[in-house]
Write a protein that binds this ligand. Sequence first.
Ligand code: KIV
Ligand code: ZN
Length: 389
Amino acid sequence: MSSERIIKIFDTTLRDGEQSPGASMNMDEKLRIAHQLEKLNVDAIEAGFPIASDGDFEAVKKVAQTIKGPQIAGLCRANNMDIDRAWEALKYAKERGRIHTFIATSDIHMKYKLKMSEQQVLDIAVKAVQRAKGYTHNVEFSAEDAVRTRLPFLAKVVQAVIEAGATTVNIPDTVGYTIPSEFFEIISYLRGNVPNIDQATISVHCHNDLGLAVANSLAAIQAGAGQIECTINGIGERAGNCSLEEVVMTLRTRQDVLPYKTNVVTEHIYPTSRMLSTITGIVVQPNKAIVGANAFAHEAGIHQHGVIMEKSTYEIMTPESIGLNQSKLVLGKHSGRHAFKQRLEEMGYDLNKEDVEKAFVRFKSLADAKKEIFDEDLDAIIADEIVRM
Ligand code: KIV
Ligand code: ZN
């Protein structure tokens, strides 16, 4: 494997993430997240599932019209109606529009859900990719439940869809079932048994049912995968998806053993995480890696002493590297509304006028009692006044 490979980051917060209970977003909210993902410089944004509803269609269309830079993907099942509808929304992104089509390939899904034979699934997968290629060169195919698929059949499907023109082939762990060593073997098997594998990017899409989505994604890139599908704060169906911030910061922090890079501007991670939790109301657990409130807090005296003497004693990455200006004094009792609002925006909060006003009143009374107001204080005010309401 050549060193310094660039791993593409495919963000599916607006599609798979939005499928998590309580995470649905309106058009305006989706656009705000999409702009933030643009700042993060992800390689692709999956903006929705256009046939699922008119709202989803309009959101994908708007994201395709508005966002510049990342590729814009839309999900569709492997049938003509879904594919045509997806392109109808994606065409505004022109050559950056990606049709992402999928069908399940595991015995259990083929037998109970699809009621189809292997041959039928193979034919449908190939036809879907051919149909999508009629619209764009940029076609991704996903073998849903790939991890529980018989490997020779999975290899056959992957080979056939690449022959049909798929430029990205995604190997999802749809039910979050695999473990790192096994997933490494699956990706290695495909690399060894699909003759045309190098003509497409191998992508992985891991769910977190056993808490292994990040570890599995990392094992897959060590085996040769070139794209990771993930979400901000790891939101998604059931226990969620691979968390973008964890996988990206692991790659940044452990260059010594993982010689891969991403294009992500990590300094936008924290504001993006915050914006998503403010919009969805889904609170990030305090001990969540990278973006949890305690991720950079040092409570034990011995740790505090070490960090004061030399940060790297207990910190393996800096808060600044994720956009958390932890120790920066931001505001005091003389600060006005404008500075207050601006700081909240820098922190990733996007509040309406009424919420800014409510938070400002709380800020003023806190500033009277406490001379120095830090970002953590502002977080507490927002959590109390806005998110919990
Ligand atoms: O989990 C999954 O298999 C998916 C596919 C549609 C990519 O979300
Ligand atoms: Zn998924």
